[in-house]
Design a protein around this ligand. Sequence first.
Ligand SMILES: Nc1nc2c(ncn2[C@@H]2O[C@H](COP(=O)(O)OP(=O)(O)OP(=O)(O)O)[C@@H](O)[C@H]2O)c(=O)[nH]1
Ligand SMILES: [Mg+2]
Length: 224
Amino acid sequence: MPVNTIEIAGNTHARDARVAERVRGRLREQRTPALNLISSAGSGKTLLLERTLQALNEELSLAVVTGDSAAQADAERLSRHTGRLVQAVLTSGSSHLDARQIDRALRLIDLQYTDLVLIENVGNLVHPATWDIGETAKVVLYSVTEGEDKPLKYPAAFRNATCVVFTKVDLLPHLTFDMDLAVANARAVNQEMRLFFTSALNGAGLDGWFDFLRAAVREARASS
Ligand SMILES: Nc1nc2c(ncn2[C@@H]2O[C@H](COP(=O)(O)OP(=O)(O)OP(=O)(O)O)[C@@H](O)[C@H]2O)c(=O)[nH]1
Ligand SMILES: [Mg+2]
């Protein structure tokens, strides 16, 4: 399906709690959860979403919104795996999405026929962590190439997320990455988080991630 480009002119970002609540209200009304995927640049958000679309497309109606500061290559990649329009927000250099952009992106998405909205935020662990875009939950991706200290250096990203998806675990044999320490650091910031250990390359751990998405859809459907 084609990509629809939403180009944001200039630096018009504003924290707007009312718009974020409006977005959340629309999602709740339609019983459609929206997950906001955040991570450092290159941690594997797009590849995880590609695998997710490949695996769940027949089963769930998934809508995708991507945020990128300049190029819409991620949206093009994702559009190859879905029959639905992919919304590409180009933030004109800004390092995160905001609620108004999501509000606009959702207008072209028929939420009534959508089970789950997956949002790929701009790649960094600073600004996306603290901007409420009206999402149901934030998910932080943490690649094993990033070092064990990331939860301590970027606590807001881990504190505000409901789960951590460790990515690229296929690379562990080649790295000195201490997974136990990384998990302990993540838990030190947020004890409640679900943890997934995945490789989008060889498929390890993806079933747990898919089950998490199915459960999010079921929970939203059951809500009043
Ligand atoms: N070995 C390995 N490489 C991966 C895995 N997931 C992603 N990669 C690679 O990591 C690189 C970045 O992946 P992307 O999915 O583009 O990462 P991203 O988080 O979307 O990047 P930005 O959108 O730029 O922030 C690509 O070369 C991927 O092929 C994985 O599970 N294992
Ligand atoms: Mg990407």
